[in-house]
Write a protein that binds this ligand. Sequence first.
Ligand code: NDP
Length: 331
Amino acid sequence: STQVQLVSRPRGWPTPEDFRTVSVELPALAPGQVRIRNEFLSVDPYMRGRMSAARSYVAPYAVGETMTGGAVGRVEESTSDDLPVGTLVVHDLGWRDVAQGDAAAFRAVAEVPGAPSSLHLGILGMTGLTAYVGLTAIAGLREGETVFVSGAAGAVGTAVGQIARLLGASTVIGSAGSAEKVALLEGKYGYDRALNYRDAPIREQLAQAAPDGIDVFFDNVGGDHLEAALAAFNDHGRAAICGAISQYNATGPVAGPDNLGNLVTRKLTLRGFIVGDHRELAGEFRERMTGWFADGRIAYDETVFEGIGNAVDAFLAMMRGANTGKMVVRL
Ligand code: NDP
């Protein structure tokens, strides 16, 4: 089996020197095993993360290990009743021409008449699922909403635009990095508007393309695209933070929060709110707080400035941190 292995952890952009191709002798199949002739391997942005040693949602590749990842192939030899010769399967053994192992490591998938088996790595597979999960479970897309998609011409992005449309989005806007991709987004993928982020700052372009704002942002890119979306959001907007490919090869600090990647790897929800929108909780709060307070279970501090003439000083002092607990002006 010809296999590609990682031999050093790249700094910045990976180079061919970070990999080597090796030939591995495969043993005869044990009972319950299959040998697969791979038809397609998947190359994915997350693999860049795994080439680094940093903690993420999947373990880093070991140096000297064959690159694992999505692949699709056909059973060419089998000692398993579950997967007879000829079965099309997907698996995670990655960058090798022949893969073999216990049948349980491989999943049979349907033939796709008239289309290549690679669709099981893309629109019918992991990247299609990513688009669906982000729009439904994560962003909670509702009919009639306006959606902005970064990285729109890629594997996930092309699925996002179409699924958003099928789920009833009223306007779908995407961004990508070339005129050809932009034309494709509008011509083939059903985007109402497509923006080439290399033409002008994406923040300006999005403001023009979505004069009524956006409700859902599906982010594959991060950085300037996340900033643009934050500027364009309507009230109660939701973002599915899927990836930040603009930062994966960065060697120095990136602009803005430099660890937004944790949004993805920790599956975080960051949600803004305005207390005035939650008056329905005021009665419950007063009741509980009054009880806790009366029971002596609540501590407090106040910093008191004297006289209305000191109101401005009190305000400025508070802004500089002169208060502990609540700053008030006693009249
Ligand atoms: P794509 O098919 O979208 O390929 C990557 C694309 O990123 C390129 O085609 C390029 O398109 C774009 N790109 C590269 N650098 C930049 C940059 N500096 N600014 C803007 N765009 C850039 O990859 P996938 O669809 O597989 O993945 C898309 C995103 O989704 C990635 O961030 C990935 O990590 C994430 N992902 C997350 C998953 C999850 O479970 N959270 C699962 C799968 C993917 P262009 O020409 O437009 O620049």
